[in-house]
Ligand binder design. Structure first.
Ligand code: UD1
Ligand code: MG
Length: 450
């Protein structure tokens, strides 16, 4: 039986004190709402419907095709919010899962168990509940003396007796659709002037239908974000969860409290991660690597047995046995072949370094294609920019570039050629030729090749 998901995200999130809608605040590099979207999608198998309102265009633009959207304007409460999805969903699904966009720790497994419970029981609503000593303003679950769920009472309307209840409403429900849309029309206006989704529980009971409550096993899953303090707490918990999973999967972390791994990162076994390391975006790290301390690696592919020490890397590709840093900067399009060494204060952008090439100290390589076993002396610069355009440098295999060489692109250095220290190379260098000076001139044929 098919299930649709609706995620509530129309509110402003006033307590964030932000010009950005609450649901777009990033957690480990992703907008808060994308966690709820992903969890709901995994639980129901279809694209969730996000109810947006405050800064709707900005939310839609940021989250793109990850969700379908309906706009709630004005925002008249959570019940009214779900109603906005009626035209899109009525008659299309047997069940409707409703969640909120500000609980990023909720797992797909928990949502799946909620959906499964509703599919298996012949009632109108299944809902999650959570037991917690600090009620955090959540609605209270009111049960009958025999333990049947009777109603959800909002904190503002609760009696002193009801305020003592510690079974709380995290606001995750799965409804029988055939009943839901009509029942929403019967939700009364609250004293606050809103239509509360929570009133559906009382309505279901009055209709003679059963409401199933499923307590969540791990209460931290239901930490909702209202302030930036909650944001930091949620991020820390999520980070801990990710780090724990990687450690159990065979990755060593010297200090997991100081290791920052985003959710889409992949890491091979026997890799050791030193503190203050950030693995971000779509980064993939191979097996047996040593990463950090102090490495920031964004959207990179790293092969097996690589060593990366105190460096910043963005959209770079490293094959196996590559050794980087300390203080290297690899930018977009840097591709380091197997066994490459990039040492301190080296910068590489849009360039390929062939297998075994070494670049030990203080160099800038941009828009270059470099062969294998090349030695790039300290202070080598590819002068790739003439003020208007970028130009390419091609360096053959086994070239030896002397310290402080300026390679004025466009330029080709033939296989086996050498440059003297301090050369300013403005013309192509033939194979096996030594050039020196400024501008560099050939002084010697180094060897004859057949
Ligand atoms: C709601 C529940 C409360 C529960 C708590 C858990 C109701 C009436 N109360 O209270 O029982 O314990 O969540 O966090 O549902 N939203 C809209 N449109 C609106 C109003 C809200 O989309 O018109 C969205 C918000 O953006 C948010 C979610 O619904 O994502 C919850 O709204 P919020 O105002 O935070 O409700 P709570 O007071 O927290
Ligand atoms: Mg709330």
């Amino acid at each position: 039986m098919n299930v649709a998901a609706v995620i509530l995200a129309a509110g402003k999130g006033t307590r964030m004190r932000s010009s950005m809608p609450k649901v777009l605040h990033p957690i480990l590099g992703k907008p808060m709402a994308s966690y709820a979207i992903q969890a709901a999608r995994q639980a129901v198998g279809t694209t969730p419907v996000l109810v947006i309102g405050y800064e709707a265009d900005r939310v839609r633009q940021t989250l793109g095709e990850d969700a379908d959207y309906v706009v709630q304007d004005p925002q008249l409460g959570t019940g009214h919010a779900v109603q906005q999805a009626q035209d899109l969903l009525q008659g299309k699904a047997d069940f409707v899962l409703v969640t909120t966009a500000d609980m990023p720790l909720l797992t797909p497994e928990t949502l799946r168990s909620l959906v499964a419970a509703q599919q298996e029981h012949d009632g109108l609503i299944s809902m999650l509940t959570v037991y917690a000593e600090d009620p955090r303003g959540f609605g209270r679950i009111v049960r009958s003396p025999t333990g049947q769920v009777q109603a959800i009472v909002e904190e503002a309307q609760a009696t002193p007796e009801q305020l003592k209840i510690r079974e709380l409403n995290p606001s995750m429900y799965c409804f029988k659709s055939a009943w839901l849309w009509d029942a929403l029309k019967r939700v009364p206006l609250s004293p606050k002037g809103e239509y509360y989704l929570t009133d559906l529980v009382g309505i279901a009971v009055a209709d003679g239908g059963s409401v199933l409550a499923i307590p969540v096993k791990d209460p931290t899953e239901t930490i909702g974000i209202n302030t930036r303090l909650h944001l930091a707490e949620a991020e820390a918990l999520l980070r801990r969860r990710i780090n724990r999973d990687w450690m159990l999967a065979g990755v060593t972390m010297i200090d997991p409290n100081c290791t920052y791994i985003e959710p889409d990162v992949v890491i091979g076994i026997d890799t050791v991660i030193w503190p203050n390391t950030y693995l971000q975006g779509s980064t993939k790290i191979g097996e047996g690597c040593e990463i950090g301390p102090n490495a920031i690696i964004r959207d990179c592919q790293v092969g097996d047995r690589c060593k990366i020490l105190t460096s910043d890397m963005d959209r770079a590709v490293l094959e196996d046995d590559v050794d980087v840093g300390p203080f290297a900067r690899l930018r977009k399009g840097a591709h380091l072949g197997s066994g490459v060494h990039v040492g301190n204060f080296g910068e590489v952008k849009d360039s390929t370094l062939g297998p075994g090439t070494k670049m030990g100290h203080f160099s800038y390589i941009g828009n270059a294609t470099i062969g294998s076993q090349v030695n790039i002396g300290a202070g080598t610069i590819t002068c790739n920019y003439d003020g208007e355009k970028k130009h390419a440098t091609e360096i053959g295999s086994e070239v030896f570039i002397g310290s402080d060489t300026m390679l004025v692109a466009p330029l080709k250095l033939g296989k086996g050629s050498r440059t003297g220290a301090g050369s300013v190379v403005t013309k192509d260098v033939p194979e096996d030729t030594l050039v020196v000076g400024m501008p560099a001139r050939a002084i010697k044929k180094l060897r004859k090749r057949d």
